[in-house]
Write a protein that binds this ligand. Structure first.
Ligand code: ZN
Length: 467
């Protein structure tokens, strides 16, 4: 039988059109139609948190100058989890951790456990560090940070803490995955100005504050996730008490402003940005609170305004590439460096010992990148390491800046990731920092094109900027 189709209101009585539309909807299997201004609950969300503050003294990491175990707790440290499941796909799970960096090996162990216990695929897990410099060291992160061997009892505390945090990340991830409730998910972009380029006065920075807001069926905020490209270093090396720095205070303030909500903070390409101002006679505590409150105020403003609702199932991709190191030092160069004081000598002596044991030093650095794209409305990019701002600015020029969310310090923090410009200029992010991270050489200039090519293969076509 041929069906003659005509426009609604023309030819068929109204009741028959409603029947036809209902039948078509059923056949096509689409979601029930919802008014345009009503949020659509195509997502369910799970939110969980776990305290990761140890109750024993432990070396805090981030500053070479800090030489003794911690002296108590200024603010508690948290790992938090946000699981988002679209009705047509498996969940994605994002963890934020108040720590300087979660090493790749620990992330892969957590990923393996979550895969075993919840069937979570690797590309659907992202682990993001806040880069606070006032949290305990995790084994494997920046192993040369103190430029001297860590005494055995202190190393034992670090190993004990690392095992416990691994268990806690597994636990908080599973809790979020097992508490999924209907939710709406929407996002918006704000701006905060306390990040300043720390290499060049007035140099490039990324002041964007992307905000993801998750509401329950009643419209109450269950979780806010925000991201900002700035070091978590308002507190100086003189602070030897555990603290989340501005990211910790932003979370605390948001959870006071939005009762019942969990606040999660991740970090963008802020490797060459510091909070401004920082430090001071109280080691930076008042300023850390001030920056945290400034960020929280902006997140609150954005989340209560007009947001872009996410309706498409997240598409997850994860790529692993290898970033090239420069040509290694010769044996004679290593021997000369080994006589120098401080980190250069310590790093050289460690590597000479390896060479004397017959070990080969790596010529490339394993590097992980990930993206979650929600239709054409939002692409989240997760980059490992301390990534400098040039990569964010490049990405925002080549891709649709108003639909991008860029997180660094994600899934691994193997070292700084300098751009070609910064490698040419030299300095801490290009060179000295690599010795603290126990890498054999500077990264080669080709790093920039390897990383850019990987991002191009990662991001779906709708995010290409309209030129
Ligand atoms: Zn850093």
């Amino acid at each position: 039988m041929r069906i003659h189709l005509s426009l609604p209101g023309f030819g068929l009585p109204r009741r028959q059109w409603f029947a036809l539309i209902a039948a078509t909807t059923l056949v096509a299997g689409t979601a029930p139609s919802v008014s345009q201004d009503q949020p659509r609950q195509v997502f369910s969300a799970g939110v969980a948190r776990v305290d990761i503050t140890p109750d024993y003294p432990i070396r805090l990491t981030g500053y070479a100058a800090r030489k003794s175990p911690s002296e108590g707790v200024e603010q508690r440290l948290w790992a938090k989890a946000l699981a988002l499941r679209h009705q047509r796909s498996a969940p994605v799970l994002l963890l934020t951790v108040d720590t300087c960096g979660v090493p790749g090996g620990l992330v892969e162990e957590v990923a393996r456990r979550l895969s075993d216990q919840a069937g979570l695929e690797r590309d659907r897990l992202a682990v993001c560090a806040s880069h606070t410099h006032s949290a305990p060291m995790l084994a494997g992160f920046a192993p040369n940070i103190f430029a001297e061997p860590v005494p055995a009892d202190q190393a034992d505390a670090i190993d004990r803490y690392t095992r416990w945090v691994t268990d806690q990340l597994e636990r908080v991830g599973l809790a979020a995955l097992r508490q999924l409730e209907p939710a709406t998910v929407a996002w918006g972009l704000g701006q905060a100005t306390f990040a300043a380029n720390r290499r060049t006065a007035g140099g490039p920075v990324d002041h964007a504050v992307p905000v993801l807001c998750v509401r329950n069926a009643a419209g109450a905020v269950r979780a806010v996730l925000a991201n900002y490209a700035c070091h978590c270093t308002t507190l100086g090396a003189g602070m030897n008490r555990m603290c989340g720095d501005w990211a910790g205070y932003a979370q605390e303030q948001l959870e006071q402003t939005l009762p019942g909500a969990t606040a999660l903070i991740s970090i963008g390409c802020g490797a060459d940005a510091n909070p401004n101002p920082r430090g001071g006679p109280d080691h930076g505590l008042a300023l850390a609170r001030q920056h945290g409150q400034a960020l929280a105020a902006e997140v609150t403003r954005v989340s209560s305004g007009s947001l872009s609702e996410l309706v498409a199932a997240p598409q997850a991709r994860l790529r692993r590439v290898r970033l090239p190191f420069q040509a290694h030092f010769s044996r004679a160069q290593w021997q000369e460096r080994a006589t120098r004081p401080g980190i250069v000598g310590y790093h050289a002596r460690r590597n000479l010992e390896r060479l004397e044991r017959g070990e080969r030093l790596p010529e490339t650095l394993p590097y992980v990148l990930q993206s979650w794209s929600f239709g054409d409305r939002l692409a989240m990019v997760f980059l490992a390491g301390e990534v400098v701002v040039d990569y964010a600015l490049w990405m925002k020029a080549e891709f649709a800046a108003d639909r991008l969310w860029i997180t660094a310090y994600a899934n691994d923090v193997p070292c700084y990731i300098p751009s070609r410009r910064i490698l040419d200029e030299g300095g801490y992010e290009a060179e000295d920092s690599l010795w603290y991270y126990d890498r054999p050489q500077r990264l080669a200039p080709e790093t920039e094109t390897v990383l850019q090519d990987a991002v191009r293969r990662l991001l779906p076509r709708p995010y290409r900027a309209q030129l």
